[in-house]
Design a binder for this molecule. Structure first.
Ligand code: ADP
Length: 456
């Protein structure tokens, strides 16, 4: 049952229960110690009196019961309040009895051969008895003390203990509720926020108080997480919007051609042919775009598995060979060529080179179709530089070229089949292997792309 209660009540109940157990056991212990202490104090007291009486009997050299009776007044003066003094002969008959508020018949006279204590009850009263054998003639001294006063005192203390105990339990219940409430106020705020996020969206945040305790830290962590999530979510949304936009352009063009052909163009072979060619080009573009989008999402999802050391120059050589055969009017020169190894999947390194060489080719100018390549090790890093002498990138655009779908000159890039995704794919791939990628460029003079990787 208790399992189903809210944490607030669990905390309250447990803390009060624990406090009550603690309080009760402490009081019980205190009560027992007090009881024991008082009884032993009274016993000592009675023993003391016994010694005093024995000394008196010796001093007066009393030897018979009749001599003893003469000193009754002495015994009456030394007797204490609520106490009965009795001296018995060897048959157990009282020879002398003095009493203060303890009737004679409450305790039956009894002989003893050794010193002994006894506690007996008489109605509400408790009587502490000390019996000791007489030394002057055979008989017994009995001291019977009523513990009534002490018992009354003890009962009062007991009542006080119960009252304070009950007070303490009530206080602990109250305190427990307050503490639980304070503890859970942040958790409740978090629950409310999550509830609001469910209905209102990702922009809700947990209010943070300035206590800076663990719960406030949890709140901050939660808010940070929500910031990241919101950012990722809005990036994703932006990406879908951008991608849809990119897909729409070729589709609109194809639709335009098809509509025209449908209306009248199909009967004119020249128009038909031109439209089909254009549409096919757009379909190619669509396929290319979809492929790039797929690559982009794959880079994000794929995890890097254990990779072999790859000879960078060997991979670059093979990619350059392919490029040279397709673009035979370009010159690709491996200017600096050190044998270095990088831990990377070969197809990923090839993909990076293809993207960068493709850009170098695309954005070279007619007047200079040289592409320079450098591979070397420096400061414990493998550096790969791909340099062209083409149109370059304006300074203002440099910070954005790694963004998805970013193109400096949209029309030009589109004409050359660019979707603005190449560099962002390359950047993600490079960073997957703890590498870096940067661009230095001057408009009208050319561009240098520098990729670094940790040396294997
Ligand atoms: P795209 O597929 O359009 O080339 P990228 O992401 O590869 O997309 O490049 C983004 C933009 O950066 C390009 O549109 C182009 O404007 C610019 N750019 C990239 N590489 C170069 C380069 N070597 N020279 C000049 N501009 C470049």
């Amino acid at each position: 049952m208790i399992k189903k209660l809210p944490i607030k009540w669990k905390l309250t109940i447990w803390s009060s229960l624990l406090l009550s157990v603690l309080f009760i056991s402490y009081n019980l212990l205190q009560y027992l110690v007090m009881e024991k202490w008082i009884v032993s104090y009274e016993q000592q007291n009675m023993r003391h009196q016994l010694t005093e009486m024995e000394a008196f009997l010796k001093e007066k050299s009393i030897q018979t019961p009749s001599q003893l009776r003469r000193y009754e007044s002495y015994f009456a003066t030394i007797n204490e309040k609520n106490q009965l003094l009795r001296i018995l002969d060897k048959t157990g008959e009282p020879i002398l009895t003095v009493s203060h508020a303890v009737p004679n018949d409450w305790v039956k006279p009894k002989n003893t051969t050794s010193l002994q204590y006894e506690i007996v009850r008489h109605g509400e009263d408790r009587l502490l008895i000390l019996r000791s054998p007489l030394t002057i003639f055979s008989g017994t001294i009995e001291i019977i003390r009523n513990m009534e006063a002490f018992d009354r005192f003890r009962d009062t203390i007991f009542l006080v203990m119960i009252a304070t105990g009950a007070g303490a339990i009530i206080l602990s219940l109250l305190g427990g509720t307050i503490i639980a409430k304070q503890l859970l106020v942040n958790v409740l705020a978090m629950t409310n926020t999550v509830q609001k996020i469910k209905t209102n969206g990702l922009n809700e945040r947990v209010p943070i108080n300035d206590t800076n305790d663990e719960l406030a830290q949890l709140g901050k962590l939660f808010n940070g997480l929500m910031d990241d999530l919101e950012q990722a979510f809005s990036q994703q949304k932006q990406f879908v919007e951008d991608a849809s936009h990119e897909l729409r352009t070729p589709l609109t063009i194809i639709k335009g051609h098809l509509t025209m052909l449908n209306r009248w163009g199909k009967h004119d072979p020249e128009v038909l042919n031109k439209s089909l060619q254009s549409s096919l080009k757009e379909v190619d573009r669509l396929i290319h775009l979809v492929n790039e989008l797929l690559q982009l999402s794959r880079v994000d999802i794929e995890t890097v598995e254990a990779t072999e050391a790859v000879d960078v120059c060997a991979v670059l050589d093979s990619v350059v060979r392919n490029f040279s055969s397709v673009y035979d009017n370009y010159t690709f020169q491996l200017i600096r060529k050190e044998r270095v190894f990088v831990s990377i999947a070969v197809q990923h390194l090839e993909q990076i080179f293809i993207i960068l060489l493709d850009n170098a080719v695309k954005y070279s100018r007619e007047s200079r179709k040289d592409i320079h390549l450098f591979v070397y090790e420096e400061n414990g890093k493998v550096n790969i530089v791909i340099q062209d002498f083409g149109i370059g990138i304006p300074q203002a655009d440099l910070p954005y070229v790694f963004h998805r779908f970013y193109r400096v000159d949209k029309a030009r890039s589109r004409k050359q089949g660019g979707n603005g995704l190449g560099l962002s794919i390359a950047k993600r791939l490079v960073e997957k292997y703890d590498g870096t990628i940067s661009i230095e460029s001057k408009e009208g003079e050319g561009t240098k792309v520098i990729v670094t990787f940790p040396v294997k």
